[in-house]
Structures are given as C-alpha cells and as structure tokens.
Ligand binder design. Structure first.
Ligand SMILES: [Zn+2]
Length: 222
C-alpha cells in the first residue's frame, strides 16, 4: 500500500495509526529538527505570552507525526485589531508572521483600496493532520504541524467581505487589494499559494513557514 520508503520509526507509527482508523488518507512525514528549534525559540522569546487573544491548547489528538510542542488557539491577529474567525490553531512562529503580514500588508492595502480598516480574517483551515492537498500518499501537509493558515476572505469595517474566490476576478479594487495582500504575504511567509497556484487554492490563500530547497532558504510564491 505504501509506495514510498519510510525511514523513521515515529513516522511508521503515525502511518499505522492512521491506517488503523479506517479509510483516512495516509501521508509521508520527514524528520526535520529545525521545526522544534524554531518553535522553542519562538516560545522562549515570550512573543505569545500574556496575549489575551492567544491561549495554550494542551494537545493535538492526531497521530504522533502531527502536532506541535505547544499548539496555540489564536483568535485575533495584528495585536488584537483583527479577528481570526473561527480561531486558528497554530504553532508559535506562525503568530508573529501573521501579525507582521496583517500589519504591514493587509491593513495598509485595505485603507488604500477601500479607505477602510480590515476587522476580520476568515480562516478556512489551520491545524489538520492530513497529507498535502488531502491526497493520500503525499507528504504531511504543513497544516498537520500547525504551521499553516488558510485565509478565504477579509472583512472590512462596514461588513463588506472580500473573498478570494470572487474577489480575485472581481472589481478593480478587489483584484488590486487581493494581489497586494498576496504579494505582501510572500515577503513574510515561505510558502504562499493563491488562485494562480492551482485549483486547490482558487478560494483561499495558503500561508506557511516551511523550509524549501537544500539549504532551506527557498520560497514558494504562486
Ligand atoms: Zn493550506
């Protein structure tokens, strides 16, 4: 059933556990020590401590290859100015990255193109223990490590909703806004996928902090 070789005992355990649950899709996970290093560094920095919009989640119930050291519930970004709905489950490094993107790209773009503040981001997905794009046998999605956030829409102060699905080909302001926000995300996150990437992303922006390339310095911005 498994077409790829699996090197690590932890991964094998995860695969067995998933297969034992019935028809759930299996995935291939790699051992990547940088992940825990980055997460520990972020937690030690104190960035997420004493933030009323962030609470600690005790555990993620998924198989052992999924999850994070300290998963967090995040209900707002931009230091509380912009809600995340529903709240996202993220690991620590995604919190300052999302804050930075919203403060430096999303908020200025909304003021520029709509003369208004953004008050809410619609979260299409955050933590989910599954293979990439839900395709069985793929590598573990960054969502499985709470290292990814999918945003499907931006809500303005007057209640107007700019969705990726309709706005990407919508009126001029919507198109410009969404492209500015997408460009801005590429300056912050290491993977950004939108409607130009593939059909999986026609209705949301996927943002994550994976490492790409042999030296880990590559970026994907599509
Ligand atoms: Zn995604």
């Amino acid at each position: 059933m498994l077409r790829r070789s699996v090197k690590f005992g932890l991964t094998i355990a995860a695969l067995l556990q998933i297969q034992g649950c019935g028809k759930q899709a299996y995935f291939v996970a790699k051992e990547e020590p940088w992940r825990a290093d980055e997460e520990r560094r972020c937690l030690a920095s104190g960035y997420v401590r004493n933030n009323p919009h962030i609470s600690r989640r005790s555990a993620l119930g998924g198989p052992s290859a999924c999850g994070a050291i300290q998963p967090l519930y995040v209900s707002a970004t931009a230091h509380g100015a912009v809600s995340l709905t529903p709240q996202a489950t993220l690991q620590c490094p995604m919190v300052p990255a999302t804050d930075h993107w919203v403060v430096t790209s999303v908020m200025p773009a909304a003021r520029r193109y709509f003369r208004m503040d953004v008050v809410e981001l619609k979260v299409a997905a955050s933590y989910s223990c599954r293979p990439r794009n839900g395709i069985a046998g793929s590598v573990l999605s960054e969502h499985g490590l709470a290292n990814a956030l999918d945003i499907s829409a931006f809500v303005l102060a007057d209640g107007r909703k700019i969705s990726v699905l309709t706005g990407w080909k919508g009126n001029a302001a919507e198109r410009e806004f969404l492209r500015a926000v997408h460009r801005g995300a590429c300056r912050t996150f290491t993977t950004v996928l939108g409607p130009n990437a593939d059909a999986f992303h026609r209705d949301h922006f996927h943002l994550d902090l994976a490492r790409h390339g042999r030296r880990g310095a590559g970026r994907i911005c599509r």
